[in-house]
Design a protein around this ligand. Structure first.
Ligand SMILES: *Cc1c(COP(=O)(O)O)cnc(C)c1O
Length: 386
């Protein structure tokens, strides 16, 4: 299916709503039946019928079908947040006594689930360096039921060879799950590479405007139906119709935004690489990146997230740099119109900060939709004040 068709037409039945270009927000909790038989059928198959908006809702349905098509998946479920998609994907595929192999440093709340929640149910997790397939082979146990991936990682951009991991997991009967938030399905399609379940936060690039949260989980119809009838419905973590509508709106401009961000990021990266205050940069599609060859093979683009290590004599210089930025906001998240920065040291207590540790001097920059010259000037003036 053509991507322009998916984003502009697919799954929209305009004749049902006065041929409006923008779909209505079906702000309803429930749906009416005319016969007992219709109601009976709906109870028996809520996955297919509009019964109650915790399950299916017409606005959410438009978004859901578009997102599944983008992922090249049979189906997807749309959640109220990316974290909810992570939770459902893993919980649906483990039972007491199981073991998970996860890449190092997955998204914060995925790691919290592995470290704090799952051990309560007797599920253990082994973290590995996913850059080498051998580490997966070594970590798999007879009771391993899930391999959890995040490629690229959203801080250090570590990649996994998705085809190789998928092949290994299939031979062992293990379910593979990937957090594909960094790339979006526009720049990486894990399901086509053999991964079972691909999830992403929709809060970031899909929304694109920093005004809603959302999450997507894509996979086979059988798996989606099973998750719908258990984790999705029991936790009640589906997205609200209004937020789904915002995400449909975000999708319209997704390719244009990613193009713009990709071009701007190249300019900001070039500026950072030559700046005397910058020790090194990390960006998966930069030639200096340790896994550049794999990144070129797996990703169609790199978007706007990059990390740089600053040359500094003390923590205060890094703090001052961030505070001196006039236009780049200091905030979590990314994928919106606005450029953002997070210094690693904001997550480190000052007494634990070690200037000799390059990781402590890292800053993650998200390049948004502003003019790249405007961003370079902002970075430049803050460097000058150091
Ligand atoms: C933000 C993020 C998530 C979580 O998404 P929410 O919508 O905030 O719940 C998951 N993975 C990655 C890599 C993220 O950046």
């Amino acid at each position: 299916m053509d991507i322009s068709y998916i984003l502009n037409e697919f799954a929209e039945e305009r004749a049902h709503y006065f041929n409006a270009v923008s779909p209505p927000i079906m702000q309803t909790s429930n749906f009416v039946f005319n016969t007992v038989d219709e109601m009976r059928k709906a109870f028996a198959d809520e996955y297919s019928v509009f019964l109650y908006s915790r399950g299916k809702n017409p606005t959410t349905e438009i978004l859901r079908r578009k997102l599944a098509a983008l992922d090249g998946a049979e189906d997807c479920l749309v959640f109220g947040s990316g974290a909810a998609a992570i939770f459902a994907s893993v919980f649906a595929n483990v039972k007491s006594g199981d073991h998970i192999v996860s890449v190092n440093k997955p998204y914060t709340w995925a790691q919290r689930m592995f470290d704090v929640i799952l051990p309560k149910f007797g599920v253990s997790t082994t973290y590995i360096d996913g850059r080498d397939i051998v580490n997966f082979e070594r970590a798999i146990l007879p009771n391993t039921s899930v391999i959890y991936l995040e490629s690229p990682n959203s801080w250090d951009f570590a990649l996994q060879d998705l085809k190789a991991v998928a092949e290994l997991a299939k031979s062992e009967g293990i379910v593979t799950i990937i957090d594909n938030s960094y790339c979006t399905p526009l720049y990486q399609k894990p399901i086509e590479m053999g991964i079972d379940l691909s999830l992403q936060t929709a809060t970031k690039y899909i929304s694109g405007h920093s005004d809603t949260l959302g999450g997507v989980l894509s996979g086979s119809k059988a798996m989606m139906e099973r998750i719908f009838n258990s984790e999705f419905m029991t936790v009640g973590s589906g997205i609200a119709p209004f937020n789904a509508w915002l995400l449909i709106r975000g999708l319209r401009t997704l390719p244009a935004r990613l193009d713009r961000i990709t071009a701007s990021t190249a300019q900001v990266l070039a500026f950072l690489k030559q700046h005397p205050r910058v020790e090194s940069v990390l960006f998966p599609l930069d030639e200096s990146f340790p896994q550049y060859e794999l990144a070129k093979k797996q990703l169609k683009g790199g978007c706007g997230l990059l990390t740089f290590t600053m040359k500094a004599d003390n923590i205060r210089q890094i703090e001052k740099f961030c505070e001196d930025l006039q236009h780049i906001f200091m905030a979590v998240s990314w994928g919106g119109h606005e450029s953002l920065i997070i210094p690693k040291c904001s997550g480190i207590q000052p007494e634990d900060f070690d200037i000799a540790n390059p990781e402590h001097r890292m800053l993650r920059l998200y390049v948004g939709l502003e003019d790249p010259g405007y961003l370079v000037n902002d970075l430049s003036q803050a460097f000058d004040k150091m």
